[in-house]
Design a protein around this ligand. Sequence first.
Ligand SMILES: [Zn+2]
Ligand SMILES: [Zn+2]
Length: 604
Amino acid sequence: MDKNQIYNLKLATTLANLAEIYKQKSEDTKAAIDLNVAARTVRDYPGNIFDAYNRGFLASLPGIDETVYEIIEEFFETGRIKLYDGIRGQYPDELIKFIRISGLGKKRMFKLYELLDLKSMSDLRQKVHETGIYKLILEQTSFDKEPINEIQIKRLIDSVDYYYCIEGLTPRGFLDFFVESVMNEFGRIKEVKRAVVTGSMRRKKSFVRDIDILLLPEFNIDKYDSKKSELLLKKLCNLSFVNELTAINSKPGNISGRFKTNLGLDMEIIITYAKGWPLDLFYSTGSKEHVKRVEEIAMQRGLFNGISIQLKPEAMAGLEDNSDALIYKMLDLQYIPPELRENNNEIELALNKRLPELIKLEDIKGDLHVHSLWSDGIIDFIEMVTKAKVLGYEYLAISDHSISNLYGKGLNEERIIEKFEYIKYLKAKTKVLKILMGVEVDIKSVGKLDYGEHILEQMDIVLGSMHSNYTNSCEENTARVISAIENSFVSIIAHPTGVVFGARAPYLLDMEKIIEAAAAHGKALEINSYFVRLDLDENYSRKVKESGGKIAINTDSHRLNNLDMIKLGVDVARRAGLEKEDVINTMSLDELMDWKQKTARNKK
Ligand SMILES: [Zn+2]
Ligand SMILES: [Zn+2]
């Protein structure tokens, strides 16, 4: 079948959609749980899942039982899943995907689709923004047993907008394995002396539209050879990941090509020469707005010719460090890390030498949100601890789901008591790092957590989060989260907005109020590092810092390799301008426990 697919994400989405459909037939929870586990395995697979299938070890991956294996096999062999096609009937894929994003439910979405005579998602977007849509939908009393209400329509509009925003984007965390193999291939081309990833990938955006690469060939060390550069560019069509070269742009000093790749997203490759490297790296890194502001500074210093910044000959002395640092130096600016290049006041800070000292991956001392086999995680405990040690951690909290979280296999009171015993045993046995008993407790409604105080008080760390009934009003959702912030046992709110890339729009929430409340009570909001969440995002994280609040960076791991995703969370924090002091899990365990005690006393 067509190679031009992002297999892991597409297949995982299809499996999760199937699970979603099963969930609505409430008698079939096991099938939904199994499909969700399989979807997660496929989504998290650190390579192309089609390769795993081809090489015969798909069945050995966690959660791929016989039924699921047959579904995946059918998908790879025929490009379809009959069961899925049967359930979804004649509706287009994008509508099925939207069912999950909107949280409106399958029946309502199908009804709406017919009611509004929709042909596509952009059709839906146009229709929901037309005036009178409220009226039109509200009038349809036959729409459901209970007619759709204004809150649901608000959620629908938000969801449509969210869906529109993410079109064409791919989670950067998913591209890691691909970029690694791409760089290896460049490494094997003998003319290529240096290759780096640039563009939004270098700025560490959570979701990217394409991949930009800057290349320096051996023959362009002394001066730019346009003929040889063009030949090399065309030769890149032979690389295993390239489908076709769609555009060439030749300039004095560089040539770039746009390639379609077998992963489904485009790659822009720029071939430069040694002296052009710093400027080409700077310009290709972006962002456009940042570049424009730096050009204005250059103009004030007489170093901009209307097209490009001009490097002074003496500035070129710093050329050997392979970066664009010499541009900032020449302009008397502090070096601005790529993560901050978004025209968010970073130029002013750099002019005054007051840029934040960004948090680093090495600053993280532990992960406070890891699921185990006790709930829906599939991680062997020994492997988990070994991995955490490799990451240099001092502590690790095993924070499983609470009772009502059916799809997350939450622990009932009996099992949580057993788990306390087990963790006690692990604590005694584990010497290389400190194990903490944690919990991700569901915030069921305003003022109501899923466990009573007699359980929560025994926990080393409590994270509160919403997983259900979040289609109710913004006021109610907000009050719900704030009530958890005010609860003295809760230290962290996990994945605060609830957004899951391509699967769920953010909950209806007043995030400003939540950020304020968390800061006032000294509680932390989480940057969830799981690659399709990355929630909070950099904008909210920046607001947390501005309000004097704290952040926890956790992975929400359910698979062993998820623990590595901590770097994605740190990237979000860096893009938000966060420093070590802003993040609670940069503290030692003693400091962290002191912090917990202190914030617990912050009762209203
Ligand atoms: Zn959760
Ligand atoms: Zn979780």
